[in-house]
Design a protein around this ligand. Structure first.
Ligand code: HEC
Length: 157
């Protein structure tokens, strides 16, 4: 009697093992745990790509804002529009404080950012005093700082 029960148990276990090894269902969770991390990784990577792309576009339109503000300054100088000059100088100062501005964290970059900001501030003050020569000079300085920083960026790229 015991022999029969042991035999049946053994048979059940053995057939279970055979079934499982044939159909490979022994560990459905195994497959899931195998797959989940990899799909998470893909999601993470595409998220990163997405945000890198987003950052790039943000920084591009950000740089273009600098450009259109500079055009406004030329217009302000040509027309002696001090309100426009003051507004543009203010915009440049604000731009230079935004997170998008901090592309690099090197000493020269931070120094150039500070120089840029103070030349924009001089421009704003000259405009507030309706000092056209002072504003023109400050505008040259601002432009010089644009060019200096871009030159620096190209040397380290
Ligand atoms: C302290 C550094 C710094 C100063 C000052 C600076 N920029 Fe830039 N600018 C950058 C960096 C960094 C990039 C490149 C960003 C990149 O590659 O993503 C750039 C790129 C640009 C671009 C190119 C965007 C494109 O389409 O590729 C323009 C236009 C621009 N800046 C305008 C200006 C103007 C105008 C000024 C002055 C009013 C100025 N920048 C001052 C750091 C600066």
């Amino acid at each position: 009697m015991w022999k029969l029960i042991i035999f049946l148990l053994g048979f059940a276990v053995a057939s279970g093992v055979i079934f499982v090894s044939l159909f490979g269902v022994e560990n459905p969770n195994q497959e899931l745990t195998d797959q989940q991390p990899s799909s998470q990784v893909t999601v993470q990577i595409s998220d990163q790509e997405q945000s890198a792309k987003q950052d790039k576009e943000d920084s591009k339109s950000f740089m273009n804002r600098k450009l259109s503000t500079s055009k406004g300054i030329v217009e302000g100088l040509s027309r002696e529009n001090y309100d426009l000059l003051e507004k543009c100088a203010q915009d440049l100062m604000l731009l230079s404080q935004e997170a998008n501005w901090k592309v690099l964290n090197t000493k020269p970059y931070l120094k150039m950012s500070a120089d840029f900001r103070s030349s924009a501030e001089r421009l704003r003050n000259a405009a507030a005093e309706k000092n056209l020569d002072g504003a023109t000079l400050a505008y040259f300085e601002v432009t010089l700082n644009c060019v200096r920083c871009h030159k620096y960026i190209r040397t380290i790229k």
